[in-house]
Design a protein around this ligand. Structure first.
Ligand code: ATP
Ligand code: MG
Ligand code: MG
Length: 552
């Protein structure tokens, strides 16, 4: 992390600091509180908070709460928690666009006075129809030449609640023939008799995004207003509002390519539908690309920050492969997650000859390369569970695990040899009987003979039972929201979760705290579910497999 990768926005910041254009920088992350944050937002958070942190500036967390109909307090709280969880601080002050409603109103009055805005009484459909197209200029509204005094009066009465929703709007007076449609007299205020979750019934007119955003940035003294590429065409309007009002602070809007990720969807509408239609188990379902979902899945904030650093910041839209995100969490957890043994699909293995009722303990390192993580005791007895697929009645070529007559090493314990097995009526192997080599304690044969296979196990008498949820990607199609996908719902992965209810864990895992993460040896990375675990009834979520199983 010492050598920080640069990007074009970081270079602009460096230039502005070197040239003295700014003494310090102020960025902002401006979510609309109408949904939960997702991995795409993380890219913007890491960029904005990251620059502020690196260059000792500030980054404001601002709620862009100008659209009361879709916003909720629940969303606001989760946004705050997620930004915190990702590892960023914004100081004690919270910023809200709604705090500027009075100022924004004042600026609008000034625009009208300057002849730069007018109240229009055309119905919204007609305004849209008269806007023209890329090849055809728009038509001017008859209201365009309404006297200033009349617009001022109407605008005040709009505020006072005299008119119905949609009957009047305030429009900026720019250029109906502009090649940029955003400049064809955009609507900047509309009537909406809806209570706002912060301002209550104080307002019944609300500013539009393009008008409110640039002024909010300016009011807060933002130096670099970083947004996604779709706003490139809005930049002339951003600049127009600030120029015409001649505000003292004119932030620079800079656009970057949003994050798109394969095998998932990130539109808030679709995420909301997944939740509402119960296609997932809430916003924090471990398959969701939301930050609360990734957290529950076992992702670390570091892995997400590293991921954002890896993908970089550029100007061209692309789709990042999900495996890059998965690799980021693997890499981080490989480094930090303690190891443990768990058997997901148990098969009983009886060691005949090991005294019944006798137990002993083995010392196991919690991490193969990090001694600071310590060791733990793993108890052993004559009956252990192994994975069903670590035994084959008729071994295939290259199968070095347990089979009739074959020897295998039980991790940390002894070398055992399969002597017989028991089947049930259905013909399934339900019990394997082994002899063991008492001289092989710790795993090495006394005579130096080579044992190729090592398998994990859990002592039956000491095992903790658990439910384990094997999560996989939510969609089978790499681009479920893409153009040739009629409905993203049909691209849902029918096997995105497999629930195993009879798993056996080594007893040290009984002490695991909620959300703690482990590598279950040979199986992958898992974390203790914070929502559905109960004392004595743990639920573990698979964060990632040990290796990428999608691109192999
Ligand atoms: P909506 O679905 O309402 O369009 P949005 O994606 O614009 O939502 P906001 O809450 O307005 O969501 O986003 C807050 C900030 O996060 C914005 O500055 C936006 O540019 C950024 N952002 C949102 N999605 C992504 C993404 N996929 N990649 C990078 N930045 C994003
Ligand atoms: Mg938005
Ligand atoms: Mg969007």
């Amino acid at each position: 992390q010492s050598e920080k990768a640069t990007n074009f926005i970081r270079n602009i910041v460096i230039d502005d600091l070197n040239s003295g254009k700014h003494e310090s920088i102020v960025t902002r992350f401006p979510p609309e509180p109408n949904g939960y944050l997702h991995i795409g937002h993380a890219k913007s958070i890491c960029l904005n908070f990251g620059l502020a942190g690196e260059f000792k500036g500030r980054c404001h967390l601002r709620f862009d709460d100008t659209n009361p109909a879709k916003e909720e307090v629940e969303y606001e709280e989760s946004i705050r928690e997620s930004v915190h969880w990702l590892g960023f601080e914004w100081g004690e002050h919270m910023y809200y666009a709604s705090d500027y409603f009075e100022k924004l109103y004042g600026y609008a009055v000034r625009l009208i006075e300057m002849g730069k805005a007018y109240v229009d009484d055309l119905p919204p459909e007609q305004i849209r129809a008269m806007r023209g197209t890329l090849t055809e200029p728009g038509q001017e509204s008859p209201s365009r030449n309404r006297p200033v005094a009349e617009s001022l009066d109407l605008f005040r009465r709009m505020r006072d609640g005299e008119f119905a929703d949609g009957s009047l709007v305030l429009r900026a007076k720019i250029d109906m023939a502009s090649p940029n449609l955003n400049l064809r007299d955009p609507v900047i205020y509309r009537i909406k008799k809806v209570e706002h979750h912060r301002t209550g019934a104080t307002w019944c007119i609300y500013p539009m995004y393009d008008y409110a955003h640039c002024l909010s940035d300016s009011i807060e003294g933002i130096t670099h207003s970083i947004c996604t590429l779709e706003f490139e065409d809005h930049r002339p309007l951003y600049d127009w509002v600030l120029d015409v009002l001649a505000v003292p602070c004119h932030p620079q809007q800079i656009e970057f390519a949003r994050l798109n990720l394969s095998y998932t969807v990130m539109s808030k509408r679709k995420l909301l539908e997944l939740v509402q239609e119960k296609l997932v188990d809430g916003w924090d379902d471990p398959r969701m690309p939301t930050l609360v979902g990734l957290k529950r899945r076992g992702y670390t904030p570091e892995s997400i920050r590293n991921f954002c650093e890896t993908i970089g910041v550029g100007k061209s839209d692309s789709i990042i492969d999900m495996s890059i995100l998965e690799e980021a969490v693997r890499e981080d957890l490989n480094r930090r997650a303690p190891r443990a043994m768990a058997v997901l699909r148990p098969l009983k293995l009886v060691i005949d000859g090991y005294p019944d009722g006798q137990t002993e303990e083995f010392d196991a390192a919690n991490h193969p390369n990090d001694p600071s993580l310590g060791t733990r005791k793993v108890p052993f007895s004559n009956t252990v569970y192994i994975e069903r697929d670590d035994f084959m009645e008729v071994p295939t070529k290259g199968f070095f695990r347990l089979a009739p007559g074959a020897e295998v090493r039980l991790r940390y314990a002894y070398i055992v040899k399969c002597e017989s097995f028991v089947k049930n009526e259905a013909g399934e192997v339900v019990e394997v009987h082994c002899s063991y080599d008492p001289g092989s304690r710790g795993g090495n044969a006394p005579d130096g003979r080579k044992i190729k296979g090592t398998i994990h196990w859990v002592s039956a008498e000491h095992a903790e039972s658990a439910e384990v949820r094997l999560y996989d990607r939510l969609f089978v199609n790499p681009n479920p929201g893409g153009k040739n996908e009629a409905d993203y719902r049909s691209a849902l992965n029918p096997k995105s979760v497999e629930i195993l209810s009879d798993c056996k864990l080594e007893p040290s895992l009984a002490k695991a705290s909620l959300e703690s993460r482990f590598q279950f040896e040979r199986l992958g990375y898992f974390c203790l579910d914070s929502k559905n675990s109960a004392p004595g009834a743990p639920v573990f979520n698979r964060t990632a497999t040990l290796r990428d199983s999608w691109t192999e």
